[in-house]
Write a protein that binds this ligand. Sequence first.
Ligand SMILES: NC(=O)C1=CN([C@@H]2O[C@H](COP(=O)(O)OP(=O)(O)OC[C@H]3O[C@@H](n4cnc5c(N)ncnc54)[C@H](OP(=O)(O)O)[C@@H]3O)[C@@H](O)[C@H]2O)C=CC1
Ligand SMILES: CC(=O)C(=O)O
Ligand SMILES: [Mg+2]
Length: 761
Amino acid sequence: MPASDKADRIRTSVTEQEALDFHAQGRPGKLEIAPTKPMATQRDLSLAYSPGVAVPVKAIAADPGTAYDYTTRGNMVAVITNGTAILGLGNLGALAAKPVMEGKSVLFKRFADVDSIDLEVDTENVDEFINSVRYLGPSFGGINLEDIKAPDCFIIEQRLRELMDIPVFHDDQHGTAIIAAAGLINALELTGRDFKNTRLVCNGAGAAAIACIELIKAMGFNPENVTLCDTKGVIYQGRPEGMNQWKSAHAVKTDRRTLAEAMEGADVVLGLSQKGAFTADMIRSMAANPIIFAMANPDPEITPEEVADIRSDAIMATGRSDYPNQVNNVLGFPYIFRGALDVRASSINDAMKIAAVRSLAALAREDVPDDVAAAYQGTRPRFGAEYIIPVPFDPRLISAIPVAVAKAAMETGVARKPITDLDAYARELSARRDPIAATTQHLYERVRNHPKRVVFAEGEEEQVMRAAIAFANQGLGTAILVGRDDPLKATAARAGIDLDRPGIEVVNARLSTRVEAYTEYLYSRLQRKGYLLRDCQRLINTDRNHFSACMVTLGDADAMVTGTTRNYSTALEDVRRCIDPQPGHRVIGVSLALTRGRTVLVADTAVHDMPTAEELADIAEEAAGFARSFGYEPRVALLAYSTFGHPTGERSERLREAVKILDTRRVDFEYDGEMGADVALNAHRMEQYPFCRLSGTANVLVMPAIHSASISTKMLQELGGSTVMGPILVGLGKSVQIASMGAKDTDIVNMAAIAAYNAVA
Ligand SMILES: NC(=O)C1=CN([C@@H]2O[C@H](COP(=O)(O)OP(=O)(O)OC[C@H]3O[C@@H](n4cnc5c(N)ncnc54)[C@H](OP(=O)(O)O)[C@@H]3O)[C@@H](O)[C@H]2O)C=CC1
Ligand SMILES: CC(=O)C(=O)O
Ligand SMILES: [Mg+2]
């Protein structure tokens, strides 16, 4: 497949409206602060606040190191900017930088469980900025400077490093340099080049660019072979205009004056400048097998499609997440600070940065194990031109990079709390990562690689239209909206939604040429169940669930999503009138409960009211199969209020019976029960039953009945802070998902994506 086709296929897009809606919906912005201690009783108040709080105050006054034990300091990083170089958008001011800084803060949390707050300082005066930050040291374990223009950023970072005793790290400089260096090491290896003889051009001579070339030179890259360019062209020795001391340090003796001249015959070009800075002719003039890192955000110096149109021998990377090879500092800052915080480092030094580079470069060369493959684009990546660097969702990053950084900090004497057992530390780190990212990433990427036609049965609803557009825009396939023309158009017009776009189809049941075929099909199924032909005609003409389910059954769509306007059970009955279970399967609902560091699947949350022992065994089998399809190796616990026979009771008997039935079926997954939820989910509690056959805590929970399934998942969601996806329908002969009544557009897209995923052969 030509590279440009591949890039088109992989690239996703979001509309400007979607980006605004995403930020505005619910609580505006992307962050909130949540307490970590209960504040429920008079006693809590006495401990958290006066008088109890005085005790840690005195302890910290006596020994400042204990602030790490008694306050948030040890896991708290400030993301600080003045908005003078926001991405590649330029100087748009402190306030406009806030969405990016909130974004960096949530990435800290999402990827490395580092708590973070954004601070926008409204001054372009270097001294004022330094003074605003220097006194904030007691509040934080680290300072991540962001999007401050060069050369101010060099002075600011240097002075704050001298003034503060916690890590001060300018992400655009060092974060970018670390990732670019790791990608470069791998790209050089793949093209048979080395640090000595490779000729590199760097376009941009600001924060990111200067740090990148300083780091690679520090790692051994031949300085004579590096040409730096800025808006005025090549930075040559003696250039009079647009210079500063940081540029001068990298000025070279050369007759070349323009970027185009510099790039002629170059092996590598790093873009840390602005959208569109590289032309086709420049790329054409580069050496064979050129390495092109177009890292400007949000739009690169040249797109992978444009490069692919010119030449097929390039290794291409951008700063964006929707192309292969994302060279972006998101791969670095969460993990570098994780490691630095965990050893209470006083700074982030060169050894720690180089350790991060090597760790990242090495990870891309390793085989991708099964449980990690899920984070990649449907297919398992292999070290090569389209995979020179891990993706941000790679779950190995959290256990690899912080360990390397912490180790380097200890070796260079900046660790104030060394870690003795680094293996145990690596294991702890894995548990800090929220698994939802890898799960959903895998699902979306698989569908993107196999786009589907999904019918959205309730097409007249505004949130369904928005979901359909998001589905199509994300490259998941074609969204078919079912609805009557007039109300559909009226709702779209009122909501300002334009449905006339690629990837969206509208089908009106009354006008469809397929009505007769659907009616005949439905009548063949229902004629012995008391339905007349005219009843079936009415169902097809007027009921969108029946019409849509028949579309899927008769091959006019691959999958269906419904549920926002009806009760779950009503929608399910409608669908089941048209679609049978998969042969040999039982239809059940599985909910995914995602809590920090852990995912559990709960079944049956949708169909069986009070299952028999036989049905419970079926549910266990269906749920285990579903777990595998999502990349989890199932450990199934059949739950009850009792554990292995105590206390005795009739309800637990059914679960015990189900375990015996599974024994006779010789299934190929781990299961045991009956047991309480505490035993299933807590390794120490499980140890009290050494005969328990599960090799670890359960990740699939079979509930004794629908009420306990529903109550427990809803409690997890409301009280436990879990994200719950589902119920996801499993076992139907065609792929249908039912969203919950009143679901928002993002929930509906998720359900549509799951429906499409299940339709992928
Ligand atoms: N992928 C990633 O992880 C990251 C990417 N970046 C991207 O790098 C770019 C620069 O960011 P940063 O270093 O923080 O910003 P700075 O403001 O510090 O530096 C910008 C530099 O780019 C130069 N420049 C701007 N336009 C052009 C052009 N058309 N041709 C040549 N040089 C140009 C400027 O030249 P002059 O000195 O003459 O004004 C300046 O040297 C941005 O697009 C940003 O998004 C940054 C950090 C991380
Ligand atoms: C990624 C980043 O930090 C930037 O583009 O500025
Ligand atoms: Mg930045």
